[in-house]
Design a protein around this ligand. Structure first.
Ligand code: ADP
Ligand code: F6P
Length: 358
């Protein structure tokens, strides 16, 4: 068993409900194993600027139920430069930090792998409301963000029904339609429009009109922020005007934006964050590094970060020349299978949205 004297925890990229629960789990498990723990304040910029605080079991008291991140987060372009990276490594050396547990999304894991390549072992824990890390079925924060979104959409339903209106809702998710799709299904929306699946605007307009003519009073359409028009406008706002004009139904537009990234994490997120946090420490103690914790078919497991990042690029059609060179034919086939599975999951939910919204 590898013996670490001190590990650092950082939260980076967009915050997510459940990050605090993961920080708590990593800290308490490591302390329990006799490893010292420090928090890095403000993501990778905290490493560059030497913002390090010691953590003890009490430092992480009463944070499991809090949204945001007590360690703060940011997006730090300087960390992508060799100079920034060297300053970060100097901070690790100064404080005797033997390993870093990095909580965030794919950008955060790219940073983590750069640290590993320069001699600092890292483990990544997937935290993002977008659920857009292909290698894992689940990312911490997704469930909470969806539940907050759902509560707000349900509120809109009440008032839409009273006034016989339609409401188009734009939700976050970057290029990933997971939040939009699942909340559309769970709120009884008439359509979910997401970047991954082509859609037919005229079919949606006609369907709303037909249903209204048959007596349906209220309509919800959930659009992912990643859907944009040919000239770069956010599509949700555009669609609301088109529904109003085509159907004659008064149509409002709501952009939920960052509000669904805050708030108390759900049980699902607290549980998963705790399980992933504990596993991250175990993996470091087992001598593993450059891995990302994943949930696959309900089990907490881990994958090599480079494998996870390239699988992600494959799914998002962002592969660059040479990306697949380090991998075996069997690994590439597995990535292709995973990409097909992810797409099939979205298509299946999308069909259910249409079938059940009459
Ligand atoms: P997320 O982790 O949620 O995907 P970002 O993409 O903003 O969020 O990444 C978070 C941070 O990770 C960035 O601000 C930067 O400090 C670091 N990072 C992102 N990409 C790289 C990269 N290619 N190399 C090194 N660090 C990176
Ligand atoms: O990745 C999480 C996320 O909330 C995305 O859904 C959204 O597109 C982005 O971050 C917003 O980033 P920022 O907080 O920098 O505005």
């Amino acid at each position: 068993m590898a013996k670490f004297r001190k590990i650092g925890i950082l939260t980076s990229g967009g915050d997510a409900p459940g990050m605090n629960a993961a920080v708590r789990a990593v800290a308490r498990k490591a302390l329990d194993e006799g490893v010292e723990v420090v928090g890095v304040i403000g993501g990778y910029s905290g490493l560059i600027k030497d913002k390090i605080v010691p953590l003890n079991p009490r430092s992480v008291s009463n944070i499991i139920s809090h949204g945001g991140t007590v360690l703060y987060s940011d997006r730090c372009p300087e960390f992508k430069t060799e100079e920034g990276m060297q300053r970060a490594i100097a901070t690790c050396k100064k404080h005797g930090i033997d390993a870093i547990v990095a909580l965030g999304g794919d950008g955060t894991f790219r940073g983590a792998t750069d640290l590993t390549n320069r001699g600092i072992p890292t483990v990544g824990i997937p935290c993002t409301i977008d659920n857009d890390i292909t290698a894992t079925d689940y990312t911490i924060g997704f469930d909470s963000a969806m539940n907050t979104t759902l509560t707000m959409i349900d509120c809109l339903r009440d008032t839409c029904e009273s006034h016989a209106r339609c409401n188009v809702v734009e939700v976050m998710g970057r290029d990933c339609g997971g939040i939009a799709l699942n909340t559309a299904l769970a709120s009884g929306a008439v359509a979910a429009i997401i970047p991954e699946i082509p859609f037919d605007e005229q079919e949606i307009l006609s369907r709303i009109k037909t249903l209204a003519d048959a007596g349906k009073r209220s309509f919800l359409v959930v659009v992912s922020e990643g859907v944009v028009t040919a000239d770069g406008q956010k599509y949700g706002e555009v669609l609301a005007k088109r529904i109003d004009a085509y159907t004659g139904i008064e149509t409002k537009f709501a952009r939920f934006a960052h509000v669904v990234r805050g708030g108390s994490p759900s049980l699902r997120d607290r549980f998963t964050a705790t399980a992933m946090g504990v596993r991250a420490v175990e993996l470091l103690l087992e001598g593993k590094s450059n891995v990302v914790i994943c949930e696959i078919d309900g089990a907490i497991t881990h994958l090599d970060i480079n494998y996870a990042l390239i699988a992600d690029r494959m799914y998002k059609n962002k592969l660059k020349t040479g990306d697949l060179d380090p991998f075996t034919a069997a690994q590439i086939a597995d990535m292709q299978k995973l990409a097909a599975k992810r797409k099939a999951e979205l298509v299946a939910v999308s069909k259910m949205v249409v079938h059940t919204s009459k």
